[in-house]
Design a protein around this ligand. Structure first.
Ligand code: PLP
Length: 453
């Protein structure tokens, strides 16, 4: 008999705090964590999670939080969705591991077929499975080099593609992520991302797409790297760790045009923005662009470790032995992914679109109401709120953003920062109006009280 999360006591849709934070049991665990766990982790506040259900998290002291972070945009169907839990339990009792690199397995094919069918483009696709976002990106780097027989790569300022040595070479989000690790992959070039709010060095916000495309063709390709040597351009259609910044539709279309003209593969890193979060399976679908390679992870299996790199059959032309993974495509993770995709298709992708519009309507006047809010932007349930010291100069206000994050935690609302000065809203895709009203009432009262001083 399957036991589906019957033991959880979470019986509320809104936060309920019963101790000062952190509570006594949390404090005990924090002490041990400080002694035994890697100090490289970035914890913003002391949430010690114990149980999860839907959009709610209960900590070890019985405090219940509303989770608008979803384990960094991972728990797409919420915490411990009964259908996902049932799929995991059933699969775990049948077969836990078999190694898709060495043997065959029905559901591995089922998931590959499903992913191929939901990926844009008419060409048949094939799928390589891994365990994390960075592995999907590593696989894409290797495939792009192998297929094109070229070895240069282009990525963007502010990009986050992962922390292993290949993906880290593409990452240009924070120097602390690269500092101390010596020489990274050679032949990686970075260019400005089309940020229509802020612009970046030399890029005008109102002409961000044209300026960035011009930089690529007239600066990068003319002076620093010949396009004939470039294997791939990696882009997050919506930058995640960089601050929830959306690449405009015309930029993505222009980028695709330039890639096709020069035989360069366009790789969409959809690790954070994909799997239904923006209201479509892939964020890139909003622009009509068909990338040559898509990388996905995070939301694909509701929290089980799984990633996929998807490419047309004509591109995925490497031979047996060229790449593989012992655990990638683990049967239990695949069962979770198949259940997750079913839920996204039948309910949660549409809910993400609807609730995203609800939030953007609700925050439409925030720039007028709050002098520290510079910009509210996003698509579906991937929304960034950027804080500034001055709306005219757009001077960044990380201290305001950080204070909002801390005070939200103290009120039972889990949110995370992103980029230098942006608050990220990335809840599970099942949140409703009541929860959203609570979250945004809470944020409004926090911002108002910070502005009052
Ligand atoms: N790519 C993007 C766009 C991401 O946001 C992340 C993680 O935040 C990664 C890659 C790396 O994923 P992982 O931490 O699973 O390796």
């Amino acid at each position: 008999m399957l036991v589906v999360n019957n033991e959880t006591k979470i019986d509320t849709k809104l936060p309920r705090l019963v101790t000062p934070l952190p509570g006594p049991e949390a404090r005990r665990i924090l002490k041990l964590d400080q002694r035994y766990v890697s100090p490289s982790y970035t914890r913003d506040y002391p949430l010690v999670a114990k149980t999860g259900r839907g959009a709610m998290i209960e900590d070890v002291d019985g405090n219940i939080f509303l989770d608008y972070a979803a384990g960094i945009a991972v728990c797409s169907t919420g915490h411990c969705h009964p259908e996902v839990v049932a799929a995991i339990q059933k699969q775990a009792a049948e077969l836990i591991h078999m190694s898709g690199t060495d043997f065959y397995y029905q559901r591995l094919v089922d998931l590959a077929e499903k992913l191929a069918s939901i990926t844009p483009g008419d060409e048949p696709k094939r799928v390589h499975f891994g365990n994390s976002g960075t592995e999907a990106v590593e696989a894409a780097i290797k495939l792009a080099k192998f297929h094109t027989k070229r070895d240069k790569l282009v990525a963007f300022h502010g990009a986050f593609h992962g922390r292993t040595m290949g993906s880290l070479s593409l990452t240009a989000s924070r120097s602390v992520q690269r500092k101390g690790f010596g020489t990274l992959l050679a032949g990686v070039f970075h260019m400005p991302f089309p940020d229509t709010y802020r612009g970046t060095y030399g890029v005008r916000p109102e002409r961000a797409s044209e300026d960035c495309l011009s930089y690529l063709e007239n600066e990068l390709f003319r002076r620093r790297v010949d396009p004939e040597e470039v294997a791939a351009i990696f882009i997050e259609p919506i930058q995640g760790e960089g601050g929830y910044i959306m690449a405009p539709r015309e930029f993505l279309q222009g980028l695709q045009r330039i890639c096709r003209k020069n035989g360069i593969l366009l790789v969409a890193d959809e690790v954070q923005c994909g799997m239904g979060r923006t209201g479509k399976f892939w964020a890139v679908e909003h622009s009509g662009v068909e990338p040559d390679i898509i990388c996905t992870a995070k939301g694909i299996a509701s929290g089980m470790p799984l990633s996929a790199m998807i490419a047309p059959t004509s591109v995925m032309d490497w031979p047996p032995g060229a790449h593989g993974s012992t655990f990638g495509g683990n049967p239990v993770c695949i069962a979770a992914a198949l259940a997750t995709i079913r839920l996204l298709e039948t309910q949660y992708m549409a809910n993400a679109e609807r609730m995203g519009e609800y939030i953007l309507r609700r925050t439409a006047n925030w720039r007028e109401r709050f002098r520290t809010v510079g910009d509210v932007r996003g698509r579906g349930l991937m929304i960034g709120i950027e804080f500034v010291r001055d709306q005219k100069t757009k001077e960044k206000a990380p201290e305001v953003r950080n204070e909002v994050v801390q005070r939200a935690f103290q009120k039972g609302l889990i949110v995370l920062p992103s980029g230098d000065t942006t608050l990220r809203i990335s809840p599970p895709l099942l949140i409703d109006e009541e929860q959203t009203d609570f979250a945004f009432d809470t944020l409004e009262s926090i911002i108002a009280s910070i502005e009052k001083g």
